[in-house]
Unconditional design. Structure first.
Lengths: 290, 283
């Protein structure tokens, strides 16, 4: 479609605008604000950042920094294990919430709360819950067993798992919601026909639900992985990267270098993630801009 | 009416077996926050599941700014409000104009701009934060509200443009053509035909941008540092600086801070679910 407006609105002017219709001139004017924001706050920072990270010595320094290697491994664990667990739970719960029950409808309203409230107070709430001295968890452990509970956030493996748990707590409702819409789009006739044929629960999932949802599921998983790379809050607010900088992920590591005034290292650590991020982004763009 | 069969009871029980853990999992961190907000300090730190003397005293302290950490509470609350509102308005303006231009006016190169926006949408925000911090320094905007506003607009608008573009593609072409026949100018079409029809999506996107800005911690904490310039989430993070933090006041402030977005979310839920999930993942 091209809107060609009649001549009486044609702007008199330079040769450029005479080749464009007035509608196209307006199109360029209306697109300009975004282009300005994009140039000033995306193109310039990215180019400037890449320029800062140009020195190969940065990459040698990163390679020699054990915290970087640890953060890279943590990020992989976060993405590969954390996201897949989250998406499997979301897939399972989307089936649960698609059930027609009044109490399940109400539960789904409550279930969305973690997504609706800001993450700072809730993550800090979890952090204090697991405080070894005053937290309610260790108080309960003490009153039931008479033993002191563990110092939860002081063990890097436990602390990282808890950061993953906090991440799941926060974003599970969103992905469940998306998968519910996917599930509700499946024709109900298929399930009725399967019911008549005496299909089991697993067969219905395997031959009806999964084939119609697998594209959506894979898209969601990849998208969640890309976004989780930028999940700063779950780790920073819960563990602060500690104990001994062992629970950093790439998102918090970049900020750590920044705070230590090692800007070029911060940029270099981000550049190192690009070989993994860019193919994912390319794949997602192919999918979404069809 | 017959009694429910054994099979129905078993199904219901199995559903409850899923429902109860889901309820507990969702509510425990929020309940814990609420519990702290209504507990005096002694009760909060003694791990009780319900305080012996529930009180609203913490709220009184917060609202009267009677603590070192809270002395700028109102200013910070106002900063958060102002920045969220500015981000909402600016994002709506930029994204609606861009979506109209790309989808309705078919501006040359519009497709490419959309792809660039989509690409920005996929850059993890924490990665962009590092160069953004330096850029704002170069522009001389650090410690200025505009730095956070512009950064959040940059982050919010790609998704906004994308969702609005999808929504405007669904409007029939004939509407524009009829308006042109009647002699409407491009701006009149935008104002009188396009905007009213796009209202539901605009509400969803406005809400999205406002909530994104209100909830943002990382950018706010990098770009603003002066106590009277920071937003509420940064102030909450600053509580952690001290070893003997008043956690009951932190949780009370956090609870107050969490209420507006939750209220907005539930008030606009109808629009949010329709407008956002449709755009979030196109299957």
């Amino acid at each position: 479609m091209a809107i060609t407006l009649s001549g009486d609105q044609a702007l008199p002017g330079p040769p450029l605008s005479s080749r464009l219709t007035p509608a196209q001139v307006w199109g360029i004017i209306l697109l300009a604000p975004y282009l300005l924001v994009f140039l000033a706050f995306v193109v310039y920072p990215v180019c400037y950042g890449l320029w800062l990270a140009r020195d190969p010595a940065n990459y040698v320094a990163l390679y020699n920094d054990p915290i970087f290697a640890r953060a890279a491994v943590n990020t992989l664990i976060f993405l590969v294990i954390g996201i897949n667990i989250k998406m499997l739970i979301a897939l399972f719960l989307s089936g649960f919430f698609a059930m027609q029950r009044t109490w399940i409808k109400w539960l789904s309203v409550i279930f969305i709360l973690p997504w609706a409230v800001p993450s700072i107070p809730t993550i800090l709430s979890v952090r204090f819950m697991f405080n070894p001295e005053w937290g309610v968890i260790n108080h309960l452990i003490f009153s039931f067993t008479g033993d002191d509970g563990p110092n939860w956030l002081n063990d890097p493996a436990v602390a990282l798992s808890m950061a993953i748990g906090v991440h799941i707590w926060k974003s599970l409702p969103f992905w469940t919601l998306i998968l519910i819409t996917g599930r509700l789009a499946i024709s109900h006739d298929l399930f009725e026909a399967a019911e008549v044929d005496g299909a089991s629960w697993w067969q219905k999932f395997r031959f009806i639900t999964w084939p119609s949802m697998q594209t959506l599921y894979v898209t969601c998983t990849l998208l969640s992985m890309i976004w989780t790379l930028g999940d700063f809050n779950s780790v920073y607010l819960l563990t602060g990267g500690g104990p001994a900088d062992l629970t950093h992920v790439l998102a918090t590591l970049g900020i750590r270098y920044l705070r230590l005034d090692q800007l070029s290292l911060a940029m270099a650590s981000i550049v190192c993630a690009m070989p993994f991020v860019l193919p994912l982004v390319y794949f997602m763009m192919k999918r979404l801009s069809r | 009416m017959k009694l429910p069969s054994l099979r129905d009871v078993a199904t219901e029980a199995r559903l409850l077996l899923i429902g109860i853990p889901v309820f507990l999992w969702t509510m425990i961190p929020i309940y814990h926050m609420f519990l702290f907000a209504i507990s005096p300090k002694e009760d909060a730190f003694s791990g009780k599941l319900w305080p012996d003397h529930p009180t609203l005293h913490n709220f009184e302290i917060v609202f009267k700014q009677q603590h070192y950490f809270l002395r700028d509470f109102y200013v910070q609350f106002w900063n958060s409000t102002l920045i969220a509102a500015a981000v909402g308005v600016l994002t709506l303006f930029i994204a609606t104009a861009a979506a109209f231009s790309i989808s309705r006016l078919k501006v040359p190169g519009g497709r490419m701009v959309l792809n660039l926006a989509l690409f920005t949408y996929f850059i993890p925000a924490a990665f962009l934060a590092v160069p953004m911090y330096r850029t704002m320094g170069n522009y001389g905007l650090l410690n200025n509200h505009w730095s956070l506003i512009l950064a959040m607009v940059t982050i919010a608008s790609p998704y906004a443009i994308w969702v609005l573009k999808q929504a405007s593609d669904k409007l029939p072409v004939e509407l524009d053509e009829a308006a042109v026949m009647d002699g409407a100018t491009t701006l009149q079409i935008f104002r009188l035909v396009y905007l009213p029809l796009m209202m539901p999506s605009l509400v969803a996107i406005g809400t999205y941008a406002v909530l994104l800005a209100w909830n943002e911690y990382l950018y706010a904490f990098l770009l603003l540092s002066n106590d009277r310039e920071i937003t509420l989430p940064v102030a909450l993070g600053n509580f952690l600086a001290a070893d003997d933090s008043p956690w009951e006041l932190l949780m009370t402030t956090g609870f107050i801070y969490a209420l507006p977005p939750a209220a907005v979310y539930y008030a606009f839920r109808r629009y949010m679910v329709g407008g956002l999930t449709a755009g979030a993942v196109k299957s």
